[in-house]
Design a protein around this ligand. Structure first.
Ligand SMILES: [Zn+2]
Length: 372
């Protein structure tokens, strides 16, 4: 039996229009439309054919109903530049990540969400409130991704097809999610993650999106969260040269340009000083990339989940199969992980630096706790 909502998600996930799917399957547009509306049931053979063309298993198409992510629930920075098809694809890929999340949630008790709602607050003070609530003081954030995971945010990857997007975030049944690009420098990935945290904190569950003001607020939040005011002020950075900026950015693990703008925001650089530092940094290659930068952060939570799954004799392939997608696609959604590395085979597992309060409790288990 076909589940109509699943056919819609799979088609949009593949970036296909009804017409295109009809062409690829040799079915009529009208038939596909009837299947998607639930007005007609395809034969077993047609269901198999649809699954094959869509690159999912027939079980994916017949599993329980899925609710689409409404566009209004999401903060898309690049929304205005995206076509409807690109938006559909990004949201449907996100929906598939939520299915992976359901699979994990059914088996593990993960950290509960601890995101203060500070709608309407000034981003600078909101960042201070979150730091205080999470006990971070004025210290640099060692690992943004691990920090988010420890406070109950689930972080998934944007897939390669969504390269027009940097990141997006949403609340799904009260659970905060952030989707991040995996092709950015480590520094920019951290800033994007902090930017999306800003949306969750400042704009909450009902984000009135694509307001340019919301983007400015999220950026200001990110800068203040990663580079807290009083600690930066104490760093002796007044009139900093580009060489000094390159040295100081290592402390905060941010892009050189991001620190330069923060220094201007805090009155440590004049507008002219900021501009001339940017010109010099640009010449050194810091506009589009981050020479000699930090490695990209990866998920600690998924690494643990996959290790625990493997200990139970399952593999990523069995997870993928039970969701009805391929192992490669499962990997594409799990932030920064390569399944082979996690799966052993003599290779080193990804590093899992210490993060406060991340507990992973296999819920089916006898309450055995694993924590760092
Ligand atoms: Zn944004």
């Amino acid at each position: 039996m076909l589940t109509p909502s699943r056919l819609v998600i799979a088609r949009k996930w593949r970036g296909l229009t009804l017409t295109r799917l009809a062409k690829l399957t040799g079915l009529s547009t009208r038939s596909i439309s009837l299947y998607e509306n639930g007005h007609q049931e395809p034969s077993t053979e047609t269901l198999r054919q649809l699954a094959e063309v869509l690159g999912v298993s027939p079980t994916f198409l017949s599993a329980p109903d899925v609710e689409e992510i409404p566009e209004a629930a999401v903060s898309f920075r690049a929304l205005s530049k995206m076509t409807a098809r690109q938006r559909d694809r990004a949201l449907s890929a996100g929906r598939v990540a939520l299915l992976i999340n359901d699979w994990i949630d059914a088996r593990f008790q993960l950290p509960t969400a601890d995101i203060p709602s500070l709608t309407g607050q000034d981003p600078e003070s909101a960042a201070e409130v979150v730091r205080a609530r999470w006990g971070l003081g004025e210290r640099p954030i060692a690992n943004m991704l691990h920090l988010l995971e420890a406070h109950g945010v689930r972080v998934y990857s944007l897939t390669a097809e969504d390269n027009e997007l940097d990141a997006y975030s949403l609340y799904w049944h009260r659970q905060p999610f952030i989707f991040l690009s995996t092709v950015k420098s480590g520094e920019r990935g951290r800033f994007d993650a902090a930017h999306e945290l800003g949306h969750l904190v400042l704009h909450g569950e009902y984000q009135t999106l694509n307001r340019p003001a919301a983007e400015v607020e999220a950026n200001r939040f990110a800068a203040a969260f990663l580079m807290p005011r009083s600690a930066v002020l104490a760093q002796n950075l007044r009139y900093a040269t580009s060489a000094r900026i390159l040295q100081a950015k290592r402390t905060w693990k941010v892009a050189a340009m991001a620190l330069t703008h923060r220094l201007q925001e805090l009155g440590l650089l004049t507008e002219w000083g900021c501009r001339s530092a940017c010109v010099q940094l640009s010449r050194l290659g810091y506009r589009s990339s981050e020479p000699g930068g930090i490695p990209r952060e990866s998920s600690q939570l998924f690494a643990k989940v996959l290790r625990s799954v493997r200990d139970d004799g399952e593999t990523p392939a069995t997870i993928a199969m039970s969701i009805g997608i391929s192992s490669d696609e499962l990997q594409d959604h799990l932030f920064g992980l390569t399944l082979t590395a996690v799966d052993g085979g003599g290779r080193t597992a990804p590093p899992t630096p210490r993060a406060p309060g991340l507990h992973l409790v296999p819920s089916a288990d006898s309450g055995e706790h694993e924590s760092e």
